[in-house]
Design a binder for this molecule. Structure first.
Ligand code: FAD
Length: 463
């Protein structure tokens, strides 16, 4: 007789592994089906290795400007394969950590491709081709998403790559065309530029990081151009022809100044649901724009089959995936009412970093909401001047009548850490007065949050 589980999770990324552990904490008998290794895209091919590489990019830039810190370091060289190897080690460590958590929580680890022919049963096809069948009270799909491409752009995964191949290059390319200036495209542009690649970053929308507040996007574009990154907005790549020298691109809109043949191309234009081989021919799950459609409790149209994470649609972020895992499992086993929408911080980890929560200025205007803007630059902050991290600003949007925080936008050195305070403030419906009444340690970058708040009512002290 097949093993029977209370919950079988298919996909061990930040959605699936968090759900499995939380269900085990409720005392449930849980199995995890994963075709690769624990941690999913985030730990293995996304958040963690990219942040490792970005840290090394910052290090490379610091070395180039060592004299600013009073050091003479002579000629600096690097071994790109070692740079990448360090990021792979970080991913290995994280994946091993999740394995350990599975053992600790007594989660059965079933390695193989999971598929569902009918509710209540999961098929696991192992690497050797063997197939095991398991019974499951509840099935949770957390199979994530995979990079998509555009018509006319064929991914050969050598010259024309997704982020996955880009994370495993062992030689630094001389030139790269990055198509798509969302967080992933922007982070890779910063990384390769730091290691001497000639980078062209192309974005169809009027701004890079198009979902961020326009002020953030404009400042980052200016900074990127000052680093030597060519940024082409309102530009579309309509075709790529592969040849001995790399890929030759055709553009509609602006064209690059230094030619249109690139050693490598990175396509970073978004993702699509990963459903390959997952659903048997008789199992019809409803989709919305290609992603699994779920109810308020994360149930698909078939009772007993739930879905969370990237596979159910945007925002495609690890913290959203893990948050959905918590909501779904608390709903299933904790007698709680799951939430579907929430405040989602957005973070991009180039330098300067970009982070935000809540509405943009444009959005509030479109919605006809009356608001006050408080903006304060890092150049007027003592800690920033001391450490040389003076790029950027904090921009806060407060409701005109009740002074509640409606949106926060930060460009600057530790923006992705600083945003947490504003996330909590919005979650607790804090007002301008609450933030002003909170003492910020001196000297810290976080003082800019207090200064921007004071600026919203014309009372900034340091400007
Ligand atoms: P995934 O992490 O994709 O996990 C799905 C898992 O399911 C995979 O391990 C896959 O092998 C497995 N699987 C799929 N099908 C099957 C099957 N049939 N059987 C068994 N197993 C299966 N997000 C952030 O919040 N911050 C960042 O800084 C960030 N940086 C990123 C950088 C890059 C380059 C990329 C590509 C993504 C980044 N993301 C980031 C997005 C983040 O990685 C995803 O939002 C997150 O991993 C989604 O989690 P998930 O669990 O839904 O899916």
């Amino acid at each position: 007789m097949a093993d029977k589980y209370d919950l079988m999770v298919i996909g061990g990324g930040p959605a699936g592994y968090v759900a499995a552990i939380k269900a085990a904490q409720y005392g449930k008998k849980v199995a995890m089906v994963e075709v690769e290794r624990a941690g999913g895209t985030c730990l293995n091919w996304g958040c963690i290795p990219t942040k490792a590489l970005l840290k090394q990019a910052e290090f490379a830039i610091h070395l180039k400007h060592a004299e600013d810190y009073g050091f003479t370091v002579g000629e600096v060289s690097f071994d790109f394969a070692q740079v990448v190897a360090k990021s792979r080690k970080a991913a290995d460590k994280m994946a091993a950590g999740i394995d350990h958590l599975f053992k600790k929580n007594k989660i059965a680890w079933l390695k193989g491709q999971g598929s569902i022919d009918r509710p209540g049963q999961v098929k696991v096809t192992k690497e050797d081709g063997g197939v095991d069948l398991y019974d499951a009270e509840t099935i949770l799909i957390a199979t994530g998403a995979k990079p998509r491409t555009l018509p006319g752009l064929v991914l050969d995964r050598q010259t024309v790559m997704t982020s996955r191949e880009a994370l495993a290059l062992t030689e630094v390319p001389k030139s790269i065309l990055i198509i798509g200036a969302g967080a992933i495209g922007v982070e890779f542009a910063y990384f390769y530029n730091a290691f001497g690649t000639k980078v062209t970053l192309v974005e169809f929308a009027p701004n890079i990081l198009p979902i961020e507040d326009e002020d953030s996007s404009i400042l980052l574009k200016r900074k990127f151009e000052s680093y030597g990154i060519e940024v082409l907005t309102e530009t579309k790549v309509t075709g790529l022809e592969l040849g001995a020298e790399g890929a030759t691109a055709t553009f509609v809109g602006k064209s690059p100044k230094a030619g249109n043949t690139f050693e490598k191309v990175l396509v970073a234009v978004g993702v699509e649901a990963r459903l390959d081989g997952l659903l048997g021919p008789d199992l019809k799950l409803d989709l919305f724009k290609g992603f699994l459609q779920t109810s308020d409790s994360y149930m698909t149209n078939i009772p007993g089959i739930y879905a969370i994470g990237d596979v159910i649609g945007p925002p495609w972020l690890a913290h959203q995936a893990s948050w959905e895992a918590g909501q779904c499992i608390d709903g299933l086993y904790g007698n709680k009412v799951p939430q579907k929408t929430h405040l989602v911080p957005g973070c991009t980890y180039c330098q300067p970093q970009v982070a935000s929560i809540g509405a943009t200025e444009k959005k509030l205007k479109e919605q006809g909401v009356a608001f006050k803007v408080g903006k304060f630059p890092f150049i007027a902050n003592g800690k920033a001047v001391g450490t040389g991290d003076t790029d950027g600003f904090v921009k806060l949007l407060y409701g005109a009548e009740h002074h509640e925080l409606l949106g926060a936008h930060i460009v600057g050195s530790e923006a992705t850490e600083l945003i947490a305070e504003l996330n909590l403030a919005m979650n607790l419906e804090a007002t301008l007065e609450d933030i002003l009444g909170t003492m910020h340690a001196h000297p810290t970058l976080s003082e800019v949050i207090a200064d921007a708040t004071a600026a919203a009512i014309g009372k900034a002290v340091h400007m």
